[in-house]
Design a binder for this molecule. Sequence first.
Ligand code: UDX
Ligand code: ADP
Length: 477
Amino acid sequence: MSDGIKTICCIGAGYVGGPTMAVIADKCKYLKVIVVDLNKDKINSWNNEDLTKLPVYEPGLKDLIKRCRGKNLFFSTNIQQSIAESDMVFISVNTPTKQTGLGAGEASDLKFIESSARSIAEFAIGHTIVVEKSTIPVKTAEVIKTILISSQKGSEKIPEKSFTVLSNPEFLAEGTAIDDLINPSRVLIGGESKTSINALVNIYKNWVSEEKIIKTNIWSSELSKLTANAFLAQRVSSINSISALCEKTGADISEVSKAVGMDYRIGRHFLKAGPGFGGSCFKKDILNLVYICKLYDLNEVANYWNEVLKINHWQQNRLTNIIVKKLFGTVTNKKIGILGFAFKANTNDTRESPAINICSNLLMEGAKLTIYDPKVKFKDISNSLKNLKNAVNDSFKIEENVCMSSSFEQLANGSDAILILTEWVEFKEIEWLKISKLMRKPSWIFDCRDIIDINHFRESDLNIWKIGFGSNMDNLK
Ligand code: UDX
Ligand code: ADP
């Protein structure tokens, strides 16, 4: 069923736009799907013959691109033509937290949403359904609508131009994006126009059963996205706060998580203690929630959610303090190996990764870092650490203090400590006895993701510290 929707386009070829459109193209062969971006390099990478060079790493993505690209899925920088030929335009651009001006540090910067809406207003022909997909603060649809409506008034040249706006928040998690898109727990569509809602429902109906598609009003849809992320982040902060208590008392964090999670009212997901949540959504969405609560004078509600963020930051500082303390109170000029820089496994995304804060803290203490991550590039690491320059001193150079390693051996060679910051599955296979021989003594492993099985090297001379257990070997299973 097509509802007259033949061509769709997505503005923004990032972590959300790319995978989402690849799945739609694969499931709706009758549709022509165009993904556009201002960034030429990104579009070139999406079009690269070598599928290992795609700008986004997601398990399963390569196969989809191979199947659909050039058939009914296209990546282009020609925004004008793509919008003009589309019946439905998705907005999937980034909405970073504002750094300056009104709402700095909390409100989202909507400049990319605004410029996308202006492009749609200018180039659309006929009736266009505009779908907001980016994670956005509540009431963003109003901004989009206002821009589209004002363009309608001035567009005497093309009087048949008209728009409806829908909110269809993305619930995919990076690293499992393709699976989340193919088997969503629900699809949320907010809007006023029944016909437009149904047109989008008909796209999803190609692979999602109708009872999983929730139709609602636009504000509920936008707020549901922020709330879902805030609740998930809150669970991570809650279990991380308990990890600290486990380390003090000798309780076993994994047993606590298991016991708590088996209560069906609570559930087992998002109870894994670690170095804190990262990614492009959680912090930004909570900040948005805090900002909107303050706007409505709900200061207690704002403070409540702000604590979730504070615990997250505290967890990272707490880990750094433990590391420095274990290394005799100083890490100056010590070589520290970092395993994993992505904010979680199976993604090359480093946005808001806990590794940024932990590595920054260690660099400020004078450490020399060697980083291994199977998917993250040095360019992205040095970009994430660029604010450090001011914090350390004028002459501080990232290249002189941080290097990448292509093997565990190289990373371990001469290191005083190795930190596991991302739960990449390959880190579970590391032969620690071999690695320990290459390290300077006494050597420490800080397992901040609780992934290594210490039974394999209980007798070794490695010192182990594990999140939620501490370094008392008797506490470790
Ligand atoms: C999240 C939401 O899950 C998704 O629905 C939304 O669309 C975007 O934001 P994402 O940021 O990709 O997705 O990752 P997610 O799997 O939610 O993990 C977020 C962070 O929490 C990661 O840093 C992860 O390591 C951390 N986390 C998650 C834990 O520390 N413990 C857990 O038990 C679960
Ligand atoms: P997300 O995780 O939300 O997908 P990304 O930063 O990965 O965020 O992707 C957003 C993309 O949107 C970027 O590649 C950026 O270049 C693109 N973008 C931002 N504004 C516009 C615009 N006005 N027109 C086209 N593309 C845009």
